[in-house]
Design a protein around this ligand. Structure first.
Ligand code: NAD
Length: 480
């Protein structure tokens, strides 16, 4: 099983290798087998990527938006034409079941390319009348943008960042996670095939040091990171030195609030989606499941039965519903959290036995707000269920976290649903569903979970800047 790309990097429209960069293996999480060997970018590769992006961007920005959009739309179509092969590769790179990678990862990336392709020609400025004189505004690209990805949705992240960037006339240098470097190279190939001029989307490989070198380069106008809060704090600080624009898509510990009047089957299904999809490696997961006390026994019964029916196994198998975690290190971290859950007095309802990188759907009940598993992002399939009694109480408890990525509420009471969501401190919210992230809707977090938004029209603001132009219509009146 080999998924060796033609070379480690993609710069100026073609694959590029520099074997003097530190070698690293890409492992298939399903078996731990190496599937590719790559080299981290050297300073020469980083420089070549930024130089070609800088060269290419000026001409791209002058193109009509409709032409830029046409290239992105073609890329979306190529992704759809190759859907099965791309899904298989994503499964090798991430260990996520092919059931998921067929419907979630590249399809969502193609949606982003298609959405921003259509949006590009609709972006206009405004005219501001001043009783004779006037001002008009232009929405201009930022220049060279750096994208840095996490390992949980590597190809989706590459598309979500590059699509609005390129649509607005920017260039992008993208560094995937060192654990999942393969999808972004496919995207670079596809974009060139779709007609994107060389240099506008470059991929350089490596770990944090390569990302850090990109963030501080004077040629870079903007940095968009998807990663942990700890990395976000470092990258935001480094970007601040050059007053660079940032988008930060970081971690969370999001609340999902289930009232007793909710459709309980849907609420259970949503709680499972919010904790077990992608083996729990989803930033917006609703990992603190608050259940109104009256509904708790029924909720836990159904949750246990349905969780125990989940098929865990080789992610390449069509019938597998849950695969392994990304790495031994991540599985060890999750196993440690499970041990801490036991030690701090939470009651295990199901799961809990970690075998290698495979962690079964795990549910803890009787969780209290001060327990470690209720406070820290685990990034694995571990759900904490917390009982509550009143609406004001659950709102206060749900907000008692430094994170603010997502939140959800289940109730049949329409007023209560809107009131609770209005009171929850989170950037991306759901009522009577969870974790749906269509490209049409802005996505992102508040508090420690991030700044800026991806997707929707909102993303355009984060890949462009406004120039305002004052037009004098009469003689200049100077006081001297
Ligand atoms: P991570 O923070 O370890 O790494 C993210 C990326 O940053 C990687 O490409 C890494 O190489 C790079 N990096 C690390 N140090 C750097 C530095 N000093 N300068 C520049 N780049 C650096 O995150 P991860 O473990 O890959 O991903 C999991 C985390 O990502 C979780 O916390 C999860 O919640 C978060 N996440 C957030 C979103 C979102 O949209 N909000 C989506 C997916 C994942």
């Amino acid at each position: 099983m080999i998924a060796q790309p033609k070379a480690s990097h993609f710069v100026d429209g073609q694959y590029l290798e520099d074997a003097s960069g530190a070698a690293f293996d890409v492992l298939f999480p399903g078996t731990g087998e190496p599937i590719a060997r790559l080299h981290a970018a050297t300073p020469a590769v980083i420089d070549a990527a930024l130089a070609s992006a800088t060269r290419a961007q000026a001409e791209w920005a002058r193109r009509r938006p409709v032409e830029r959009g046409r290239v992105l739309a073609r890329a979306a179509q190529i992704i759809r034409d190759r859907a099965e092969a791309l899904a298989q590769l994503e499964t090798l790179d991430t260990g996520k079941p092919v059931q998921e990678t067929r419907v979630a990862d590249w399809p969502s990336g193609a949606d982003a390319l298609e959405f921003f392709a259509g949006l590009a020609p609709t972006i206009t400025g405004e005219t501001i009348p001043l009783g004779g004189d006037m001002v008009y505004t232009l929405r201009e690209p930022l220049g060279v943008c750096v994208g840095i990805g996490a390992w949980n949705y590597p190809s989706q992240i590459a598309c979500w960042k590059s699509a609005p960037a390129l649509a607005m006339g920017n260039a992008m240098v993208f560094k995937p996670s060192e654990l999942t470097p393969l999808g972004a190279l496919q995207l670079a190939e596809i974009l060139v095939e779709a007609g994107l001029p060389a240099g506008l989307f470059n991929v350089v490989q490596g770990a944090g040091a390569v990302g850090a070198a990109l963030v501080t380069d004077p040629r870079v106008a903007k940095v968009s990171l998807t990663g942990s809060v700890a990395t976000g704090q470092k990258v935001y600080a480094a970007a601040a030195a050059g007053i660079r624009a940032v988008t930060m898509e970081l971690g969370g510990k999001s609340p999902l609030v289930i009232f007793a009047d909710a459709d309980m089957d849907s609420a259970v299904g949503a709680a499972m989606l919010a904790n077990f999809y992608s083996a729990g490696q989803v930033c917006s997961n609703g990992t603190r499941v608050f259940v109104e006390r009256a509904a708790l026994p029924a909720f836990l019964d159904r949750l246990k039965a349905r969780s125990e029916a989940i098929v865990m196994g080789d992610p390449r198998d069509d019938t597998t519903q849950m695969g392994p975690l990304i790495s031994d290190a991540q599985a060890a971290k999750v196993a440690q959290y499970i041990a801490t859950g036991h030690a701090e007095g939470a009651r295990l309802v199901t799961g809990g036995t970690v075998q290698g990188r495979f962690v079964p759907p795990t549910v803890f009940a009787d969780v209290t707000d001060d327990m470690t598993i209720a406070r820290e992002e685990i990034f694995g399939p571990v759900m904490a269920v917390l009982p509550f009694d009143t609406e004001p109480e659950v709102i206060a408890r749900a907000n008692a976290t430094p994170y603010g990525l997502s939140a959800g509420v289940f109730t049949r009471d329409i007023s209560r649903a809107h009131q609770v969501i209005a009171a929850l401190e989170a950037g991306t919210c759901w009522i009577n569903t969870y974790n749906l992230t269509p490209v049409e809707a802005p996505f992102g977090g508040s508090k420690l979970s991030g700044v800026g938004r991806e997707n929707g029209r909102a993303a355009i603001e984060h890949y462009s800047q406004i120039k305002s132009v004052y037009i004098g219509m009469g003689p200049v009146e100077a006081p001297f």
